[in-house]
Design a protein around this ligand. Structure first.
Ligand code: AMP
Ligand code: GLY
Length: 422
């Protein structure tokens, strides 16, 4: 089967690597892919959000199956557009992708169906938002842009002044464009964060191994929120008992709620959870695989990813085996100096072989370009250096040993991935 994977980051590289293990996989195309992905797939220069271009390419190449990995094409309706052209695809429809595309929608869904989450109110008038902040007068508080904002639409102000500034910049100055015209203000939850990526065909939910992301740019959770600076799996605090509780109180109620709303979800549903003193709560849903969670979750997936994805898309997920391998995985992101603010591109990366890899680890490319055989940094997050080991400690040691030998001008990485739970 010829497959087209939409997207061009570390997540897509990890998906492609896993798809390649399937005996049924034929040619794999990546659109747009990146310099490192080009070692594993045929990269085509189509923007991930170009619905028409993507459908036309899939038709021209008679692609058998499309995997739509990033949030924006899903929220724009790429899976619907492919379906109209008769091309099967993995990923939710536009209606179902609203679970990530609109925080107002997802919060209201949770309220309506009694799914545990932080208490909240939604606002489209900045004066009312500020009046609410003053009535609550509780900091830190959490302010979220309604729509997609590249993972940067959440601020956690510690005081009124910062909160009011965030309201103004999102709702009046258009910091996130239309995405921030409406906001959610919610209770700050204390606890341990867990990311659970699951397959669901709208009928059953099959969680993969739980993982822990590290969102802040620098060690000890300092600096700004990023897309994620490193991950580990399995999450040591997500015990089978907690998982069983989440299945009953969160996972199944969510897919049933989506079905009742006429938005049956088929694809990868990502549950961003907070394990609080009074039980697990939803921080956010994503309508897709997480990045860089995927880089540790898929190496521990025991199963044929192509089979699983097709079964998910066809509504027969219960027919396929979705297992978990023993051991642990760790992924350390190497980023460009300055990220998540502005950064320079085009620096040569040292420590990689001709295929963009390094000994003992798998290097997933998030933002690279390859020119005349030389890999160059070409994004904020550049590489995800991933190792698998019998224990988390072994996986981390192997990953960090490789990370130390890879770099480029001004590159940086967090030195404390997984440290909190070792
Ligand atoms: P989100 O994009 O909704 O995942 O938010 C980004 C990050 O902000 C999360 O991973 C959490 O670390 C943090 N966050 C979001 N909502 C809350 C909340 N209600 N309480 C505490 N932290 C939160
Ligand atoms: N790493 C968080 C996300 O993919 O949204």
């Amino acid at each position: 089967m010829d497959i087209l994977v939409v997207g061009g980051g570390g997540r897509e590289h990890a998906i492609i690597r896993k798809l390649r293990e399937s005996p049924q996989a034929g040619t794999i195309y990546a659109a747009p892919g990146n310099g490192g992905i080009a070692a594993d797939a045929v990269c085509v220069d189509i923007k991930a959000t170009d619905l028409k271009g993507m459908v036309a390419f899939a038709k021209e190449k008679k692609v058998d199956f499309v995997v739509v990995a990033p949030d924006d094409p899903l929220v724009l309706g790429m899976v619907d557009a492919l379906a109209e052209a008769g091309i099967p695809a993995f990923g939710p429809t536009k209606a179902a992708a609203a679970i990530e595309g609109s925080k107002v929608f997802s919060k209201n869904l949770m309220k309506k169906y009694h799914i545990p989450t932080a208490a909240y109110e939604t606002f489209d008038d900045p004066d009312k938002a500020i009046a609410y902040l003053d009535a609550q007068n509780r900091y830190p508080t959490v302010i979220k842009a309604d729509g997609l904002a590249l993972g940067k639409g959440v601020v956690i102000p510690e005081n009124r002044e910062d909160a009011v500034r965030a309201i103004h910049s999102m709702m009046e100055e258009g910091q996130f464009g239309e995405s921030g015209r409406r906001v959610v203000i919610e209770e700050f939850l204390q606890g341990i964060e867990v990311s659970v990526l699951s397959f669901t065909d709208g009928k059953i939910v099959v969680p993969m191994v739980a993982s822990m992301d590290h969102k802040r740019a620098h060690d000890h959770d300092e600096g700004l929120n990023t897309g994620g600076m490193g991950t580990i799996a399995p999450h040591p605090l997500f015990t089978p008992e907690v998982e069983a509780r989440c299945m009953k109180e969160i996972f199944l109620p969510t897919i049933e709620a989506m079905k009742k709303e006429g938005r049956e979800f088929r694809g990868c549903l990502y549950f961003g959870l907070m394990l609080c003193a009074d039980g697990p709560k939803v921080i956010e849903y994503n309508c897709r695989f997480g990045d860089p969670e995927t880089q540790v979750v898929l190496p521990l997936l025991d199963g044929d990813l192509l089979d699983i994805m097709r079964a998910t898309a066809e509504g027969r997920l219960s027919d396929v085996a979705v297992g978990r391998k023993p051991g642990a995985a760790a992924c350390v992101i190497i980023a460009s100096g300055g990220y998540p603010f502005s950064y320079q591109k085009g620096y040569p990366i040292h420590g990689l072989d001709a295929n963009g890899q390094a000994p003992g680890v798998t290097v997933y490319h998030a933002g690279t370009q390859c020119r005349d055989g030389q890999y160059l940094n070409n994004g904020g997050r550049v590489l995800g250096v991933t190792a698998v080991g019998e224990t988390l400690r072994q996986a981390l040691d192997t990953a960090y040993c490789a990370v130390k030998a890879i770099g480029f001008q001004d590159s940086f990485y967090r030195t404390d991935i997984g440290a909190k739970v070792l």
